[in-house]
Design a protein around this ligand. Structure first.
Ligand code: ATP
Ligand code: MG
Length: 535
């Protein structure tokens, strides 16, 4: 098989169309597990194999981890021809553009630095430092305009940054946008990047949209890949309208829809399809499972959060604890891999808020099952992440990057907690629904599928139910073979023991796709024994 055949051989018809239509703009509308990320990687390989110079290709991914995975995949296909292809996150792209113009005499200011600076500036404005940071970020990303209240703080903040030759994360997009809008820089980049691909396009914010539009100009062809049903960053200023309006923004764009889901079994695909149907603001598509029907989705009612953790651990132990047992259990289930052996990295526990992590972590600690927390503020692991980030931040400025190995030194300052996820680690992954985006696992447990958490309405004035449904959809569609949706009848949350009811989203999944399991309340055995002992 020659390289051309190798690149195209594993792809279905729509994926091939997306890979081989390289002239003009294109919107790839696709559901979870339909091969969006694979399609981008194959498209790059196809371009290079057809003589496009690697330096003319730009791919923008959502995380550094996704960029790394894409590079690894391409390295296998193209070998050293991969050199010169720019596969980066938006922030790293901004950094590169600034450095290309000789602007390298600055340090990067993290969110924690911002808060420290703002603590001194908010004084008696009535605005909290975190709130000010949020608003400044929104102003710099063209999401909102400054009003009188924030304007004074904003200006003082900018002068502190200037004095320290510092740029914050939002500046890494804003400065290049200003630069490209101002002078003949834009034409240089338009000559350079002729093929621009953006993964997870539904989650870009207005500043990122401007940057892409400026780079493309009227010469570059943009291939935007995304899913309106997985837009989950509205709170950070992502604007789903960019995705829905793509064909107006980029004239004569071709549209390709990927409908075949290779990831999940039929029950999981049907259950998630039925859920997401209830949303408006979407490009409807009929996602079909390529794999067999598989097991029904298991919905478990648990007495409390401790039992919730114990159920998860016991289900993992059942699958890990011996091949013979496993084979007995699954011999009657269609759609599972013939290679039955599970490893801990096949399991993920997903929840809506980090506040739920502690209870689950405690059960994992006492069971001895290895686990990794992806992101999160309160765990031991995430402290390590924070420390590493702080360390990288201290030692790296763009000038260092220029003088040393530019590629490695992964961009390190711009790593986010999600980038520390190691898919090969022999550990169960615990993470929020946001962190789970783009990932896949054989067995997924979603914990706390209860009103108040899913959708998340606690301490919130105006919950966007559509966005919450999308988040739950993202969580569900991470599962390949088995999906467990667990709700507790009582839960200790935010300092209180609360009576809980199952999420109304569960009612949107048809009964025939679900197997229900109810774990009864624990009998207070000890008390009974004590009473007997008294007589
Ligand atoms: P998400 O929306 O969750 O980011 P995605 O659309 O990016 O999903 P991928 O991660 O690219 O999906 O692919 C999902 C899984 O399906 C991967 O394991 C991938 O290797 C597999 N896959 C995709 N296309 C094919 C194909 N044509 N043949 C076999 N497997 C495929
Ligand atoms: Mg993807």
């Amino acid at each position: 098989m020659n390289l051309h055949e190798t690149i195209l051989s594993g792809l279905n018809e729509s994926q091939r169309e997306a890979v081989t239509s390289t002239e003009g703009h294109m919107l790839v509308v696709a559901g979870p597990g339909t091969g969006k990320t694979l399609t981008i990687a194959s498209r790059i390989a196809y371009l290079v194999n057809n003589g496009v110079s690697p330096g003319r290709i730009l791919a923008v991914t959502f995380t550094n981890r996704a960029a790394r995975e894409m590079r690894e995949r391409l390295e296998i296909l193209l070998g050293c021809n991969i050199k010169g292809i720019l596969i980066v996150t938006f922030h790293v792209l901004g950094l590169r553009l600034l450095m290309d113009t000789g602007t390298d005499d600055f340090v990067i200011c993290t969110r924690d630095d911002q808060i420290e600076i703002l603590k001194k500036l908010v004084k008696d404005s009535g605005i909290r430092p975190r709130q000010a940071a949020e608003r400044i970020s929104r102003i710099k990303s063209f999401i909102e305009e400054a009003d009188e209240n924030i304007d004074v703080i904003f200006k003082s903040y900018q002068s502190v940054l200037m004095k320290n030759s510092a740029l914050d994360f939002d500046d890494l997009i804003l400065k290049p946008v200003e630069m490209l809008g101002r002078n003949d820089m834009a034409s240089m980049y338009r000559e350079r990047f002729r093929h621009i691909m953006v993964d997870e396009y539904q989650d870009i914010n207005p500043a990122q949209f401007k940057l892409i539009k400026l780079i493309a100009g009227d010469k570059g062809s943009i291939c935007a890949v995304g899913d309106s049903d997985q837009a989950v960053y509205a709170f950070r200023g992502a604007d789903l309208r960019n995705f829905l309006n793509f064909e107006e923004d980029f004239k004569d764009a071709k549209r390709v829809i990927l409908c075949e889901n290779y990831r999940s079994n039929g029950m999981i695909v049907s259950a998630s399809n039925e859920l997401i149907k209830n949303n408006r603001d979407r490009i409807a598509k009929n996602i079909r499972a390529v794999r067999g029907k598989g097991r029904k989705v298991t919905v478990i009612s648990s007495p409390d959060e401790k039992t919730e953790g114990e159920v998860i651990v016991s289900e993992i132990e059942k699958r890990i604890g011996g091949t013979s047992h496993y084979q007995l259990m699954h011999s009657d289930h269609a759609g599972l891999d013939s290679d039955c052996a599970y490893s801990f990295s096949d399991f993920a526990v997903i929840f809506r808020t980090n506040a739920q992590a502690k209870a689950i972590e405690e059960v994992f600690i006492s069971s001895g099952i290895p686990y990794q927390i992806v992101g999160g503020k309160n765990s031991i692991q995430s402290k390590e992440v924070e420390n590493t980030l702080a360390y990288l931040h201290d030692i790296i400025s763009p000038a260092d990057i220029r003088h040393n190995d530019r590629d490695a030194s992964a961009e390190a300052a711009l790593l986010s907690p999600a980038d520390f996820f190691d898919p090969r680690a022999e550990a169960v992954s615990l993470m929020t629904m946001h962190m789970a985006k783009g990932l896949e696992f054989r067995v997924v447990f979603i914990a706390g599928v209860e009103e108040g958490l899913v959708p998340y309405t606690i301490n919130k004035d105006n919950t966007d139910i559509g966005e919450e449904r999308r988040l739950f959809y993202v969580g569900m569609t991470r599962a390949k073979d088995e999906l467990f949706l667990i709700h507790a009848r009582k839960r200790f949350l935010y300092g209180q023991r609360l009576v809980r009811s199952p999420s109304l989203f569960l009612k949107e999944i048809p009964e025939e796709l679900i197997e229900k399991r109810i774990i009864p309340d624990k009998v207070k055995k000890q008390k009974k024994d004590e009473q007997i002992g008294l007589f």
